[in-house]
Design a protein around this ligand. Sequence first.
Ligand SMILES: [Zn+2]
Length: 161
Amino acid sequence: MAIKIFLDELQNEQLHLEGELTPAELELALNGDEALMQPAGDLMYQITASESDDTLIVFGQLQMDFTAECGRCLKPFSFPVNLPQWAVALPLKGDDAIEFSGDSVDLTPWLREDILLRLPQHPLCGSACEGLVSQQETPPPAVEEPSEDWSKLDDWKQPKS
Ligand SMILES: [Zn+2]
């Protein structure tokens, strides 16, 4: 089931929605470089929608677990994506208005987009991962990662098992 907001139901009131979307329903296609990350469960959502000034405002909580393969040591590790304060504002009128079918808006593309943005392109089991260095005579040259990626990884660093 896609997450659909029926604009009729938003007349002067908030709409609460919660449930789950399977990776297939989310149309989450992780191929190529992104294949290091694979969904390990459904997307769980608890969201509230309201309309104000011809803008659809949706906020709430998104959570989805992934399994990642470390790009250095190839060890699989779990990578939960938590968006406790997810929010999106979608204009319903004007030049930037979003498309809607009939009287409903499908929120699935925005959820998918924001989940995908949280997935690292170069997953590491930890920022201190030394990879396969112990199996080599000389350490491989350090690969410079964009600093942005590092700070994100630190946020979601998993305890080493
Ligand atoms: Zn690793």
